[in-house]
Design a protein around this ligand. Structure first.
Ligand code: MG
Length: 269
């Protein structure tokens, strides 16, 4: 049976702090040799996804901006489907536009006085420093289309007010490893995974889906796959989620990722 891997990037395939993935290289090669699709499912932007796809030599579809859109390379599937043509991709859009998300954050800031700083409020140099990225990569991270990442510099108990405000404006919020994210309410990783899984099934018939993540924004993705797995985070613990078939890797970040790929995919492929 064809296996399809959906994977988060930050804190999962990439180290949360230095974004390295050296430990995962041999396992990535093994997946490529077996033609197992590796679908990035991440809060990262199109530009960042393209960077890592090129670096890792991956040519499969990918999910950007926390489920904001699905990018499918031209002619990847043998059949046609409804999508928006964009460069060398066919795009299925699920999210709200960046401009509308920025506007909502601005309104919330004015209504509450909360200290909210979005990537759009920061220079590439500031994003680079805060996210521990090179300036070049920070520029890629700022090219958001369906999601805005922001720093919420308020006590934890203000979270509830912020979340209610975002909901009131008709949007959703997720809290990933490092930043809060505001996005369209129809955009989540799970919905994108389901749409893409249906396309893979149309192409290959039976498909087994595996999902690997590390934090809260991965829960919809983990719910949408047949075999969910989590890697350990920097605190040495796992995401608090209860799913009947959840596999908990002993390793942290990319090392845990390798463990999941070896134990759950390569062994049965
Ligand atoms: Mg993550």
């Amino acid at each position: 049976m064809v296996q399809v891997l959906f994977t988060d990037l930050d804190g999962t395939l990439l180290d949360l702090f230095d974004y390295s993935y050296d430990a995962a290289l041999p396992a990535l090669e093994a997946l490529k040799e077996r033609n197992i699709p590796v679908v990035f499912c991440t809060a990262k932007t199109l530009a960042e996804n393209e960077y890592y796809r090129k670096e890792m030599g991956i040519e499969d579809p990918f999910i950007v901006d926390n489920g904001g859109a699905i990018y499918i390379p031209d002619n990847y599937f043998s059949f046609g489907f409804e999508c928006k043509k964009k460069g060398k991709y066919c795009v299925i859009e699920l999210g709200a536009s960046y401009g509308r998300l920025r506007e909502a954050l601005k309104e919330i800031r004015e209504e509450t006085g909360f200290k909210i700083t979005g990537f759009g409020d920061m220079t590439a140099e500031e994003v680079a420093e805060d996210a521990n990225l090179s300036v070049e990569k920070a520029k890629l991270a700022k090219e958001k289309e369906y999601n805005e990442s922001f720093i919420f510099d308020e006590p934890k108990e203000k979270d509830a007010i912020l979340f209610a405000k975002i909901k009131e404006k008709g949007f959703s919020v997720t809290h990933g490893g490092r930043y809060y994210n505001i996005h369209g309410k129809d955009a989540d990783k799970g919905k994108a995974v389901r749409i893409l899984t249906a396309l893979f099934k149309k192409e290959y018939g039976a498909v087994k889906t595996i999902g690997i993540g590390d934090s809260k924004n991965d829960i919809p993705m983990l719910n949408a796959v047949e075999q969910p797995a989590v890697v350990k985070n920097k605190k040495g613990t796992w995401l608090d989620v209860s799913l009947p078939t959840l596999y908990k890797a002993k390793g942290e970040g990319p090392e845990g990722w390798v463990e999941v790929v070896e134990k759950l995919i390569l062994i049965s492929g």
